[in-house]
Design a protein around this ligand. Structure first.
Ligand SMILES: Cc1ncc(COP(=O)(O)OP(=O)(O)O)c(N)n1
Ligand SMILES: Cc1ncsc1CCOP(=O)(O)O
Ligand SMILES: [Mg+2]
Length: 214
């Protein structure tokens, strides 16, 4: 299942229907050091989602970054992606686990509920995601979660992902609260310098820089 304790940035693609541009934007983020990449595109139709996901595969492979497909585990299975991420409307975790096999990265949205996370883990989720922790420009109506949830979920024994309105300025609060991965769309892809943003998110997992407070 999920390899030992991944930590860092879990970048999620923006709704970009221009495939060459999407690939250019993603490559900057991969080169800067994202830990995982999720392909998510709410503006693409099925055919475009499949072709974009397939185009991202060799790029992710070049940087040794796992590619996880949002919403659609059959697409992940068809193209042999590294995994899938499922929310409450995206099908049963147990069905996806049975189809994708033990090695797939399989994540479940758990919103603000540790009970939901426990059930997802028991059904085969390899990581659990909570949020939104902060107002999200991408999903303004997302359910709200409190950082204390991340510590409560530690006992589940699977990586904990935080999502929703995460910026370089609030990232450390979530890392310190127990998040293993910070899932981010706008904070990375809408940043004036996406590579610098990736570095800033990664820094949230490092000891504080004593020079910064001088
Ligand atoms: C890592 C991660 N966490 C949560 C989500 C949200 O999933 P879902 O609730 O299905 O919402 P959509 O992303 O489909 O709008 C996610 N995609 N990734
Ligand atoms: C998919 C999703 N689920 C909860 S918030 C969110 C969007 C995250 O995007 P951003 O990092 O721009 O807030
Ligand atoms: Mg979904």
């Amino acid at each position: 299942m999920t390899p030992a304790r991944p930590r860092g940035l879990y970048a999620i693609t923006p709704d970009d229907t221009d495939t060459p541009r999407l690939l250019r934007r993603v490559e900057v983020v991969l080169a800067a050091g994202t830990t995982w990449l999720q392909y998510r595109n709410k503006r693409a139709d099925d055919a475009l989602r499949e072709s974009q996901a397939r185009a991202l595969q060799p790029l992710c492979a070049r940087y040794a970054v796992p590619l996880i497909i949002n919403d659609d585990w059959p697409l992940a299975m068809r193209i042999g992606a590294d995994g899938a991420h499922l929310g409450e409307d995206d099908g049963a975790i147990a069905t996806a686990r049975a189809a994708l096999g033990d090695d797939a990265l399989l994540g479940a949205s758990c919103y603000d509920s540790v009970e939901r996370a426990r059930a997802a883990r028991d059904a085969g989720a390899g990581y659990v995601a909570f949020g939104a922790f902060f107002p999200s420009p991408t999903k303004p109506l997302a359910r709200v979660a409190s950082p204390a949830l991340l510590a409560e979920a530690a006992a589940l024994g699977v990586p904990r992902v935080a999502i929703g309105g995460i910026t370089p300025d609030n990232a450390r609060l979530l890392a310190d609260a127990g998040a293993d991965l910070l899932a981010v769309i706008s904070g990375v892809f809408d940043a004036p310098d996406p590579a610098a943003a990736v570095h800033a998110y990664r820094a949230a997992f490092l000891p504080p820089d004593p020079e910064a407070s001088r």
